[in-house]
Structures are given as C-alpha cells and as structure tokens.
Design a binder for this molecule. Structure first.
Ligand code: RTP
Ligand code: MG
Length: 134
C-alpha cells in the first residue's frame, strides 16, 4: 500500500472541479485518507516547490499556488503515486491525453488544475508539509 499527495490548485478550486476530481480518483479505486480546504502560505509554497527554485517560472508558480483556496488530499492504494499521475495526465494540458484531468479540463501549463507527487519519497515529504507527519 502506498500514499500520494494530490492538490486541486486554485484554478481548479475556483472552477468548482473538486467533486469531479475526487470522483475520478475514487472510480479508479484509490481511497481518500485526508482532505481539506486551505490557503497555501508563501513559505509552504516555496518549500513544496523547492525543486523548482532556480526555474524561470518559480515566482509565478508561487504567486499562483498562493492566490486562492486549494483542496489538499492524501490518496492510498497500490502504486498510488503512479496511478494518481496517470489520472492527472502530462504537465502541459496541451500534451495531456483526453480522459486525464489535465487533458479534459486544462489548456495551458501555468493553470493545470491539479498537482500530484512525482515519487513515493516526494509524496511522504509533501504529506508531511501539508498534513504533518501523522
Ligand atoms: P505538479 O508538480 O504540479 O504535479 O506538476 P508536474 O509534476 O507535472 O510538473 P513539474 O515539473 O513538477 O512542475 C510543477 C508545476 O510548475 C508549473 N510549470 N510551469 N511555465 C512552465 O514552463 C512550467 N513548467 C512547469 C506547472 O504548473 C507544473 O504543474
Ligand atoms: Mg511535480
């Protein structure tokens, strides 16, 4: 059994996509373990995205993720990280297949609706950041 961290980003929250997104993970068979509405502080955003600190888009990414409420979740199941990433789709919605969340609901990379951890190690780190180490 594995855990992953998933977050509906401010664009997805504002558009009322939280229920649709939860439903897609549930239909796949993953199990919701934690979920909460929150606003991400700049400090948390910078820690969450620390791997991207040197990228040209880092400032805009932090501005965006702190711009409004998000819905943070922990999902559990076999290969939870990989299964969640395949439900979410490729980073740029223009490359994401129809049937994925980004393929169905996104247009541009800056507003790609949802985040999913990229490895079991990242998942545990991100769950710790957003939900504490329980
Ligand atoms: P995420 O972390 O949000 O689940 O997305 P990801 O793994 O598919 O993509 P990652 O490389 O980790 O990038 C994190 C987020 O940064 C924004 N981004 N913008 N302007 C750009 O070229 C660019 N590249 C990435 C996206 O919002 C991406 O989700
Ligand atoms: Mg990532």
């Amino acid at each position: 059994m594995e855990r992953t961290f998933v977050m509906v980003k401010p664009d997805g929250f504002k558009r009322g996509l939280v229920g649709e997104i939860i439903s897609r993970f549930e239909r796949k068979g993953l199990v919701l373990a934690e979920g909460k509405v929150m606003t991400v502080s700049r400090e948390l955003a910078e820690r969450h995205y620390s791997e991207h600190r040197e990228k040209p888009f880092f400032g805009e990414l932090v501005d965006f993720i702190t711009s409004g409420p998000v819905f943070a979740m922990v999902w559990e199941g076999p290969d939870a990280v990989k299964n969640a990433r395949s439900i979410i789709g490729k980073t740029n919605p223009a490359d994401a297949a129809p049937g994925t969340i980004r393929g169905d609901f996104g247009l541009v990379v800056d507003y790609n609706v949802v985040h999913g951890s990229d490895s079991p190690e990242s998942a545990e780190r991100e769950i710790g950041l957003f939900f504490g180490n329980n």
